[in-house]
Design a binder for this molecule. Structure first.
Ligand SMILES: [Mg+2]
Length: 404
């Protein structure tokens, strides 16, 4: 049975939100990111792209390339709010959807054909999002995720594209292999060296050759270029979370020590977020007093994976929670409302140095273990308790008598 998969992607999301807030920005080159020379471009308008600017570029370079650009310091909390509005509209209208990133969604509309035309249904959904939020959004509709995503990108800006079942290969054939999701710079170079530029070259390439050069990945890429992709739409669930907690050997009231442990826990969870390419929009802290009374508090925050943003939030929650001045038996930290994403959303405050520092620290952790490098605030903590398996959506198992 053919599936029907919809891919929706907000156009230049941060820029579009800024234009909603200030209509004078319409039609002008816009850079969103850190304002200082050391800042990085988090997003840019189509007008700025024509000057050769792209996201991730140092702000200084972007300003030189596009002198007339208006530079705006981004606001993650505003973008998060708009992202949630769009999510709500999609949730109200489709039975099964996946939030792939802050501005990107997949929906499985298979089987809906019997009741309404899926293309008409998708068009109506898109119109509704535009009407209710004022944000431009594009979609692609086809039999799978990969073809729909490519179709969305071909449709942009602010448009839609249907690829009829059976037309996947023909649709992809003339496009650059670069347009295939998951082809990064190094794979692209490898393919170029094999003389592969267009999807049609990839479609005709013998599997053995690609396997020799790129391993199993080469075969996946070839399948995708042929319009074959069975990846399911993974239902979006607010319950997706990662968490950690620690039960003390001896109950404690040492607030300084508790703070240090919380910082270490947060730092470690944030590393797991980044390693999994995720962002969180909700942090919670749990404490259990010596009389076994347990309290939790949670806080919605703008999407982030940066521990220098998360640690103060967690500390703050702890102080708001800890009001009984009684011995504490257990503390825990949880990040939920996870979506795919990277540092980009945090770039507004951050300099290239901050981003490089994160990259360098994460590299050390990947190589030498996740406690090999730490912030000074978390120093002195040798163990931070049990980590629950991230991203499986399961609630943490409580091991009440675990030794530290
Ligand atoms: Mg987008």
């Amino acid at each position: 049975m053919n599936r029907t998969i919809l891919h929706l992607d907000l156009d230049t999301f941060f820029v579009s939100v800024e234009r909603l807030l200030d209509s004078r920005l319409q039609g002008r080159p816009i850079l969103v990111g850190g304002l200082s020379d050391r800042g990085v471009v988090a997003a840019c308008s189509y007008e700025a792209r024509t000057c050769g600017v792209h996201s991730g570029m140092p702000m200084k370079m972007a300003r030189e390339l596009c002198k007339e650009a208006i530079v705006i310091k981004g606001d993650a909390s505003v973008y998060t709010r708009y992202s949630e509005t769009v999510t709500r509209i999609i949730r109200e209208n489709v039975p099964l959807f996946e939030k792939a990133s802050i501005d990107e969604f997949y929906a499985d509309l298979s089987g809906m054909d019997r009741f309404f035309g899926t293309y008409r249904y998708a068009s109506e959904l898109r119109r509704r999002i535009i009407r209710e939020t004022g944000l431009p959004i594009s979609f692609g509709l086809s039999v799978n995720k990969v073809v729909s995503k490519v179709a969305t990108n071909e449709a942009k800006p602010n448009n839609q594209r249907l690829i009829d079942p059976g037309r996947e290969k023909t649709f992809l054939a003339p496009l650059s292999v670069r347009k295939l999701p998951m082809i990064g710079d190094s794979t692209y170079l490898t393919l170029r060296n094999l003389g592969i530029r267009r999807m049609s070259n990839l479609q005709e390439m013998p599997g053995e050759v690609l396997y020799r050069v790129l391993g199993r990945n080469g075969l996946t890429i070839r399948d995708r270029a042929n319009g074959i992709d069975m990846t399911p739409v993974i239902p979006f669930s607010e319950r997706k979370s990662i968490s950690t907690e620690r039960t003390f050997d001896r109950d404690t009231i040492d607030v300084q020590r508790l703070r240090t442990i919380l910082a270490a826990m947060t730092e470690n969870l944030a590393f797991q977020l980044r390693r999994g390419g995720k962002l969180t929009a909700c942090v919670s802290v749990t404490i259990r007093y010596s009389d076994f009374q347990t309290y939790s508090k949670q806080l919605k925050i703008p999407y982030t994976s940066a521990d220098h943003v998360l640690i103060p939030r967690v500390t703050d929650l702890f102080y708001r929670l800890y009001d009984r001045r009684m011995l504490i038996r257990l503390i825990g930290v949880k990040f939920s409302h996870l979506v795919h994403g990277n540092y980009q959303i945090d770039l507004f405050e951050d300099t290239e140095e901050t981003i490089r520092l994160y990259e360098a620290m994460d590299k050390i952790r990947l190589r030498y273990g996740d406690r090999s490098v730490t912030r000074a605030s978390a120093l002195g903590v040798k163990t931070i308790g049990r980590m629950t398996n991230p991203f499986n959506g399961q609630p943490p198992i409580i091991l009440a008598h675990r030794k530290q």
